[in-house]
Design a protein around this ligand. Structure first.
Ligand code: NAP
Length: 255
């Protein structure tokens, strides 16, 4: 793992939920870590746990990935490191609302974090990987990417962006020895999902385990372009792929 994806890995959004599970799984494989998140106490305590448990080096970079300068700040904070694995994980939306019930600035924060910063970050760290002829990139996306649906317009659109970006880079970078994976998650037991379910007052249950999702993704990092976590056919077709677009949108629609 470290030969192909080391010596350092980045988890963008690595202090809780799926990202914290990725951080542990990468550290357990001997990869030193750069962890990015906004809340400093949570970030530092996640880093301390990993240092103590796995003995790898961990650098924390407190950043809001929804801001214009974040990709450059991350590049500067890691300029002295050889990054062999990038997991762009931060990307959930922990509230739902109709499109018009949110301010444009709110939508644009999602676009900035999930599309613009993701693209700039992947471009910056992918270039030296392609030159070296080794490395890995995982973009964490969602079943919301399969088709549009009410109350998730911008979230779903950003996740579709990540899905197609990862699949396209897989097609370009496979010849350069860089593995790219679009990791498609369903409902997964994370603090962010609990905030969302709290909002919607939905019953809990049937949630995927973030630790299993991260393990599965690292195990299948070379099996891109797309991995549908927890599916009986994880490298198979979209579950709505056989439907007309209209039926797919209706199938995704919570109403
Ligand atoms: N959980 C699910 O049911 C589910 C379902 C489908 C897909 N997914 C996908 O899985 C990924 C992880 O989801 P998750 O549920 O674990 O929650 P998440 O909110 O996407 O990830 C949480 C991590 O990201 C950090 N983070 C969030 N926004 C950030 C920002 N603007 N800048 C920097 N760091 C940020 C959080 O720390 P701070 O808050 O301190 O910044 C935390 O470390 C997302 O891409 C999501 O779309 C999740």
């Amino acid at each position: 793992m470290t030969d192909k994806y080391g010596p350092w890995g980045i988890v963008a959004g690595g202090s809780d939920g799926v990202g914290a599970a990725f951080a542990e799984a990468m550290a357990a494989r001997g990869i030193n870590l750069v962890l990015v998140a906004r809340r400093v106490p949570l970030l530092e305590s996640a880093a301390d746990v990993i240092r103590r448990r796995y003995g790898v080096q961990v650098r924390t970079v407190p950043l809001d990935l929804a801001t214009d300068d974040a990709p450059v700040e991350l590049a500067d904070a890691t300029a002295d490191l050889e990054i062999g694995l990038l997991v762009y994980n931060a990307g959930s939306d922990d509230s739902t609302a109709d499109f018009l019930d949110r301010e444009p600035a709110d939508h644009l924060r999602l676009v900035r974090r999930n599309c613009v910063s993701a693209l700039e970050t992947v471009h910056h760290f992918g270039a030296p990987m392609a030159l070296r002829g080794r490395g890995g990139v995982i973009l964490v996306t969602s079943g919301a990417a399969w088709a549009g649906g009410a109350t998730r317009a911008t979230y779903g659109a950003t996740k579709a962006f990540g899905l197609v970006l990862a699949e396209s880079l897989w097609a370009e970078w496979r010849a350069h020895g860089v593995d790219v994976l679009a990791l498609v998650l369903g409902r997964t037991d994370t603090p962010s999902l609990h905030r969302l379910l709290g909002d919607e007052d939905q019953p809990l249950g049937g949630l995927a385990d973030p630790v299993e999702a991260a393990e599965e993704a690292l195990t299948h990092l070379g099996d891109g372009p797309t991995w549908i976590s927890g599916s009986a056919d994880p490298a198979g077709a979209s579950p709505v792929g056989a439907l007309s677009r209209r039926d797919a949108v209706l199938a995704m629609n919570p109403r």
